[in-house]
Design a protein around this ligand. Structure first.
Ligand code: NAG
Ligand code: NAG
Length: 224
């Protein structure tokens, strides 16, 4: 009788200990990760990007770079980035020095969006087929969204956040991390040429003034 009691108690205690270990492990797993592990950071300077801005205004009226901070702004009434373009206004850092068509690529940057900026794409993975983009991160009314379909972060205004976007071209997947936490895994959307862009690119229901800031931008490639 008592032997059975003790063996049952021992059994129960063993189960409880295992549960505690499991909970502990899952908590540890849900902490922030470093998405750049296994990637190599590539050289990055002005020769790898150019600024797309309304074609009829000088660059310094829509973009500045000081104290390591890129600031991009645009107005809803601005012209497209070229005379022949029919797209919405934009001021974007276009990292076309690292155009790619295969492999696993990563964008890292610290972003900041001030209150009021809305209806705008702040980061994109350019290139897809038949669409123009594989990924758009947009801000609507203070929320960071995947296109206009899924809220990734409820409140993004007035705070620096670390953004990591991983594009696995061959696996046709994109992953997004905010402050080291995974917030999105989505399918690729085809295309044969891609490049990262960040800044402000007006979408639907855009605010009159749109701005985003970026610092410590990196382009990384998965090492073989
Ligand atoms: C940018 O970096 C590349 C590679 O490190 C270098 O060759 C080039 O001179 C740099 N350009 C500028 C404008 O600093
Ligand atoms: C943002 O807020 C405005 C005004 O409240 C509303 O009309 C609009 O639908 C909202 N946009 C989104 C994407 O929720």
């Amino acid at each position: 009788m008592s032997t059975l009691f003790f063996s049952k108690a021992k059994y129960t205690i063993t189960i409880i200990i295992h549960l505690i270990i499991l909970v502990h492990r899952s908590l540890a797993l849900s902490g922030p990760v470093d998405p750049t592990q296994g990637f190599v950071s590539l050289p990055f300077n002005r020769s790898y990007y150019h600024i797309q801005k309304p074609y009829d205004v000088p660059e310094d009226q829509r973009y500045s770079f000081s104290n390591g901070i890129h600031k991009c702004w645009v107005y809803s009434t601005d012209k497209p980035h070229s005379l022949s373009s029919r797209t919405e206004p934009r001021t974007e850092i276009a990292i076309q020095g690292y155009g790619y068509s295969s492999g696993v690529w990563q964008f890292e940057g610290y972003g900041y969006v001030p209150t009021g900026t809305s209806g705008v794409c702040i980061m994109q993975v350019f290139g897809a087929s038949p669409h123009a983009t594989t990924l758009m991160l947009r801000v609507y009314n203070g929320s960071l969204m995947y296109y206009r379909s899924q809220v990734l972060i409820e409140e993004i205004y007035d705070e620096w956040f670390r953004l990591n976007v991983i594009h696995d071209v061959d696996g046709s997947k994109v992953k997004v991390y905010i402050d080291g936490y995974p917030v999105l895994e989505a399918d690729g959307r085809g295309g044969t040429y891609h490049a990262f862009k960040c800044g402000v690119y007006a979408q639907n229901d855009d605010s009159f003034y749109m701005e985003s800031r970026w610092r410590d931008i990196k382009v990384l490639r998965k090492s073989d």
